[in-house]
Design a protein around this ligand. Structure first.
Ligand code: ADP
Ligand code: MG
Length: 235
């Protein structure tokens, strides 16, 4: 519901690399079971945002609250245990594993067989015994998302999970993604370049530009904002 307290709240986040303010006063709220799109031109600070919120990069200013709990000073593993999961922009799936052994590795085996098979099917992943070396890169990204989902996060942050998919696969991926929040009771923050996909799956959007929030709000409002359109035309 629109008035539910945010499951993830980021307040005044700032990250600097030397003199460069990669993020400058970025705030956002993610409601339970919503899908927030984080978009913006290359170099806008999207990956830096994910790294700082998930604890992989120290922030200079700001607070991160997960379900009301201040996690600002926690290490990445501690944030993950509390329910903040992220995937990476680069493919990190080790090819020698099977789908099942990889998912069990990520979830630390805390999942039974039926649940695992059901979830893989639901998300359109290959059979559990399939070797990761035999699937294409788009499918490996999907398996990465499945493993993260199966670890039972409160918030799942996906950094360009659909990179490497064809346009058709993209749309199919979007349909699957849309069903994750209600089925697995999780909120999603997704970084995505394809505005068609963003339009299909995201309920809210935050636009970053030069490390600042350029626009934020309900999906349609933001995508129709002239300042947002201008930022994209200039990309
Ligand atoms: P996006 O993911 O939106 O494309 P990034 O978050 O990767 O953007 O980068 C934001 C800005 O910070 C860019 O100007 C980038 O060059 C810079 N940046 C990112 N990581 C580092 C780093 N480790 N050291 C120095 N500058 C960085
Ligand atoms: Mg990036």
């Amino acid at each position: 519901p629109a008035d539910a307290p945010p499951v993830l709240e980021v307040v005044d986040l700032g990250v600097q690399f030397g003199a460069l303010k990669a993020l400058d006063g970025v705030s956002l709220q993610v409601r339970p079971r919503s899908i927030m799109g984080l978009i913006g031109p290359n170099g806008a600070g999207k990956s830096t945002f994910v790294d700082a919120v998930s604890g992989f990069l120290p922030q200079h200013t700001g607070t991160v609250l997960l379900d009301g709990q201040d996690i600002t000073r926690l290490a990445p593993a501690a944030r993950a245990r509390l329910g903040l999961r992220r995937t990476f922009q680069q493919d990190r799936v080790p090819p020698q594993l099977t789908v099942e052994s990889y998912v069990r590795f990520v979830t630390r085996e805390c999942i039974d067989n039926d649940e695992l098979t059901d979830a893989l099917t639901f998300l359109g992943c290959p059979a559990p015994e399939e070797r990761l070396s035999t699937v294409d890169v788009g499918t490996r990204r999907l398996i990465e998302v499945a493993a993260a989902v199966l670890s039972g996060p409160k918030v799942l942050i996906l950094d360009e999970p659909a990179a490497g998919l064809s346009h058709d696969e993209h749309l199919q991926f979007g349909q699957r993604l849309s069903r994750i929040p209600s089925r697995f009771d999780t909120a999603i923050v997704i970084i995505e370049h394809d505005l068609d996909l963003v339009r299909t799956v995201c309920t809210e959007i935050t636009v970053l530009d030069f490390g600042r929030v350029l626009a934020q709000g309900p999906q349609q409002e933001v995508l129709d904002d002239p300042a947002v359109i201008a930022a994209y035309m200039g990309d």
